[in-house]
Ligand binder design. Structure first.
Ligand code: TYM
Length: 332
């Protein structure tokens, strides 16, 4: 029986990258596997400079969008990380298994720490230990599979390493998880900077398609996407990153294959036009359902309440077992 865990952090409005790289597959495939859990990982949003009211708002909106994208609480568990204490409890134990060197090698830490320092800010200790908390998210539930975009692969590898190390030192406690990725759009790039990931916390608005962008805004952003200096429409991520990104987005939205699609288009303009319409069509049902759910906030709250209860019951035995295995005296 497969157990699946994944999460999204409320650091910005959710993007087309989040949707194509992760959320859509959670709804189409992953929630149908036994015991799938999907989490708004709000503790992770505190690792960089944050506005408390905004994190709360984005957490609620993120949960609503998970349901709008098709997650069904009858099939899976949708919850908020901070509602389940087991994440923080386990994170500390894993900090006692992870090393400082391992943390400093994480690509996202290096990038984000450099960005904070360039802004003149200081780097929160929690940014360094973030991947340990992420490992705790996964290991607490005994997840076998972690469906994520490509940018999270290194973090899932760390979760594997920590699980193996803990098991070797203290006896078998954790399932060793593995990352799974979508066939295309595993890394959707910023439309204005096709060498950078389309990230929700980035500042470049025109290059990011948000899930709640109005159709005309989506069209404008896609039609203004940066393309490459050549003329030919070819699927070549190295030589033509802008065009390759559009082909991948189009393929992900229409179920095609980027290489095959490159043969269909003679001009960048026609590729952009079809991509824009394909994105609008993919987002339409999500936006409609989001509107309905916003009219019924009690429903979303109820889903999160039940979800936290179910998640707690699933995580507690594993985390309690880890407490015992590592040498802590059980409370009587
Ligand atoms: P986050 O919130 O940055 O992103 C959520 C999911 O969306 C994917 N994603 C993308 N996929 C393709 N192209 C993009 N441009 C793009 N941007 C984001 C991410 O790969 C991710 O799957 N650390 C995680 C959250 C997390 C988590 C976990 C995930 C915390 N604990 C445990 C899985 C399991 C993160 O920051 O995702």
């Amino acid at each position: 029986m497969t157990r699946v865990f994944s999460g999204v952090k409320p650091t910005g409005h959710l993007t087309l990258g989040n949707y194509l790289g992760a959320m859509r597959r959670w709804a189409d495939v992953d929630q149908h596997k036994a015991d799938a859990l999907f989490c708004i990982v709000d503790l992770h949003a505190l690792t960089v400079d944050h506005d408390p009211a905004r994190v709360r708002r984005l957490s609620r909106q993120g949960a609503t969008l998970l349901l709008a994208s098709g997650l069904d609480p009858e099939l899976c568990t949708v919850f908020v990380q901070s509602h389940v204490d087991e994440h923080a409890r386990l994170s500390y134990l894993l900090e006692c298994v992870a090393t400082d060197g391992e943390m400093r090698r994480m690509i996202q830490y290096k990038e984000k720490a450099a960005r904070e320092q360039a802004r003149g800010g200081s780097v929160r200790l929690s940014l360094l230990t973030y991947p340990v908390l992420m490992a705790a998210d996964i290991l607490a539930y005994g997840a076998d599979e972690v469906p994520v975009g490509d940018d999270q692969t290194q973090h899932v590898e760390l979760a594997r390493d920590l699980a193996v190390r803990f098991n070797q030192r203290y006896g078998h406690t954790f399932v060793v998880p593995r990352a799974t990725h979508p066939a295309v759009a595993t890394r959707v790039m910023n439309l204005q900077e096709p060498l950078s990931k389309m990230g929700k916390s980035d500042d470049s608005g025109p290059g990011i398609v948000y899930l709640l962008d109005e159709p005309d805004v989506v069209r404008k952003k896609v039609l203004r996407a940066v393309t490459d200096s050549g003329r030919e429409v070819a699927y070549d991520r190295e030589a033509q990153p802008g065009v390759a990104n559009l082909l991948e987005i189009l393929a992900a939205c229409t179920g095609g294959n980027p290489s095959d699609l490159s043969g269909v288009y003679e001009t960048y303009g026609s590729l952009k036009k079809d991509t824009a319409e394909a994105v609008v069509e993919v987002l339409r049902p999500v936006q409609e359902r989001h509107k309905e759910l916003c009219a019924d906030p009690g429903y979303v709250e109820g889903v999160l309440r039940d979800g936290a209860e179910r998640a707690r019951a699933m995580a507690r035995p594993t985390v309690d077992a880890a407490y015992r295995a590592i040498g802590l005296l059980p409370a009587v």
